[in-house]
Design a protein around this ligand. Structure first.
Ligand SMILES: [Zn+2]
Length: 263
């Protein structure tokens, strides 16, 4: 394979107030993609969008998609606290190019993942054949709201909507969350895990690759919080076969998000 081929399955654009990210725009993301052979990135929403923004943020992502020549695909955000409005916006976005799935964030949205507030979203994803990406994490003493996104909480939906592809971002975090995310991905055909975030555990890529079926793990950078080189180098340098690296860097994202990539 020659030329850019990597898919970054989890990035963001826009200012992120919680972290210092001086270079956070679509232009900066594209410049890094060019340097690192990243063919396309999935934009999982701006900070403002994730924290409760709506239609205008979605429209911004769509414009970035257009300006990037299709290299920045994007996910619409479903916040159950404004569920009906969010679905109306997503329904419009479905009719235009660039929408690759829906992002949910039980922790930011202070709504447990199994809450009935998500029912309409799962039905919508099924009807429109859209992938759901959710924040997932382990229990955390200093951030108790992370418990709202424990991987096991999603199982009720996975059982009820087995046709919907679910990507658990950050592979469930650390410890108990990670073990639970691995269990879900092993037991359910349509559950995938992405590597985005700051889980710098020793030999994480090697151990997850060993525990999961080969099609389940996806590369994600979590740009602009993290430089894509951080997670990219961990995959490139991992002691796993080249074939497994290619799957993590491209094929698995293609399958999980049903991407229509050239090349
Ligand atoms: Zn993220």
């Amino acid at each position: 394979m020659s030329g850019p081929f990597i898919v970054d399955a989890h990035a963001h654009t826009g200012a992120m107030s919680m972290f210092f990210c001086p270079e956070s725009g679509a232009a900066e993301l594209l410049a890094r993609m060019d340097r690192l052979d990243i063919q396309c990135s999935l934009n999982a929403g701006s900070w403002t969008y994730l924290m409760g923004g709506g239609g205008e943020e979605l429209e911004g992502l769509r414009r970035e998609h257009e300006a990037s020549g299709g290299r920045l695909l994007y996910l619409g955000v479903y916040d159950p606290r404004r569920g009906r409005e969010a679905l109306r916006e997503l329904d419009q976005a479905c009719r235009r190019p660039g929408l690759a799935g829906i992002k949910i964030h039980p922790t930011f949205h202070r709504t447990p993942a199994e809450s009935p507030g998500y029912e309409a979203l799962w039905r919508f994803a099924e009807e429109h054949d859209l992938t759901v990406l959710s924040h997932s994490w382990s229990s955390s003493e200093h951030n108790p709201a992370q418990a709202l996104s424990l991987p096991g909480r999603f199982e009720v939906w996975v059982r009820r909507h087995p046709g919907v592809r679910l990507v658990l971002a950050h592979a469930g975090g650390r410890g108990d969350g990670r073990a639970e995310a691995v269990r879900l991905a092993r037991e359910h055909r349509n559950v995938y895990l992405d590597l985005a975030g700051d889980i710098f555990c020793y030999r994480l890529v090697e151990s997850l690759s060993g525990e999961l079926p080969p099609n389940k793990l996806l590369f994600g950078s979590d740009f602009p919080w993290l430089d894509p080189r951080a997670n990219l180098s961990r995959i490139l340098l991992a002691e796993i076969p080249a074939e497994a690296k290619r799957r993590i860097l491209r094929d698995n994202a293609q399958e999980a998000y049903q991407l229509n990539l050239s090349g």
